[in-house]
Design a protein around this ligand. Structure first.
Ligand code: HEM
Ligand code: FPP
Length: 305
């Protein structure tokens, strides 16, 4: 519902910053930066910085549009009730305009400074998150984050394409890694904030199919992630440093998923395995993409073949 002008709206720059979901987007930006640094070829550092800035602005803009659309839902959940819109610190139209401005600016600057293929993928991922996921899938299907997860998987591809100008097997594999990582990442969290989603009628997997089915699906995605994460090495796109680290990290991810998969929680047990899996999912992606870049730098400086 639109807030009335009589309500004081003391929004300052901190509220606009919060609207970009900076903590979540830090990993989105990091994977975009790693895609750019791991790509073969050279990009002028100023242009490289511009490309990453555009990914950050686009992701932040999409996050603002997500919160513009979901202000009423966010007001109903403990985890999100303090955000700038449900907190009553910002007019809803301001969030919408801010989101549109960031999104449009990011795509135009990316197109003019870097290239229109990277800009096109950026525009599509903004549309994917703000419209396909937020407006269409999220309120309709428990597969919302499986399909919608595609939006968050594009940033490394955008970074890569900013350097090379074309889409090859490697950026597609980087996309696939985040695509298969997203369900265990999110469902681990959904298992311990399930009552919040149920309260506002969002059909997240644990709410619709129950926790047992969600747990088994987490395991299935964690299993598939092992070969997918190692695939850049199998196809010769990286060296053994990445390959071995990818296998170890992915087996650890599987190790964190196993206790979640076969657990039957009781009230008040703290949901520790689920919380550990969620925390490790974030560490996993930071580490995997970090090693991807390290592997490339080691090869570039002749430390490894
Ligand atoms: C559709 C896909 C996804 C969904 C539904 C999802 C959902 C969530 C939610 C609800 C949180 C809790 C954050 C909060 O309290 O506001 C979270 C945290 C987080 N997500 Fe995701 N996520 C998705 C994909 C991604 C992707 C693609 C990335 C990065 C590549 C990512 C990175 C993070 C990080 C870093 C956090 C921790 C933020 C913190 O420390 O507070 N997520 N995610
Ligand atoms: C370049 C570009 C556009 C990148 C987009 C990156 C992207 C899609 C990230 C998804 C991560 C995210 C904030 C999920 C939150 O889900 P939610 O919005 O359902 O969570 P909530 O319940 O906290 O609102």
């Amino acid at each position: 519902m639109q807030q009335t002008a009589s309500i004081p709206l003391p929004a300052d720059w901190r509220d606009f910053f919060a609207l970009t979901k900076p903590r979540v987007m830090s990993l989105v930006i990091f994977t975009g930066l790693c895609g750019l640094l791991a790509a073969p070829g050279h990009i002028n550092p100023v242009l490289g910085f511009t490309a990453v800035l555009c990914i950050a602005l686009g992701a932040g803009g999409a996050a603002a549009l997500n919160q513009w659309w979901e202000a009423d839902l966010d007001a109903g959940m403990k985890r999100t009730a303090g955000r700038p819109l449900p907190g009553g610190r910002m007019a809803r139209t301001d969030a919408r305009d801010f989101g549109i401005a960031l999104s449009v600016a990011s795509v135009i600057v990316m197109g003019l400074a870097i290239g229109w293929l990277a800009a096109g993928i950026l525009a599509f991922s903004i549309f994917y998150y703000a419209v396909i996921y937020t407006i269409w899938l999220k309120p309709r299907t428990p597969q919302n984050i499986v399909i919608g997860g595609g939006a968050g998987a594009f940033p490394p591809m955008i970074g890569w394409v900013a350097v090379t100008g074309d889409i090859t097997a490697m950026p597609v594999l980087l996309f696939a890694i985040i695509f298969f990582w997203t369900p265990p990442h999110f469902w681990a969290l959904a298992l311990f904030v399930q009552s919040d989603y149920a309260k506002v009628g969002i059909p997240m997997m644990p709410v619709v199919k129950g926790h047992r089915s969600t747990r088994r699906q987490i395991l299935a995605y964690a299993i598939v992630l092992v070969p997918i994460a190692a695939a850049p090495w199998f196809i010769g796109g990286t060296g053994a440093v990445y390959g071995i680290a990818a296998v170890i990290l992915s087996l650890a991810f599987l190790g964190f998923s196993l206790p979640v998969a076969f657990r039957n929680p009781v009230d008040g047990d703290g949901m520790k395995p689920e919380k550990r899996l969620f925390a490790f999912s974030i560490l996993y992606l930071f580490a995997l993409f970090g090693v991807l870049v390290a592997d490339r730098l080691l090869a570039a400086y002749g430390v490894i073949a």
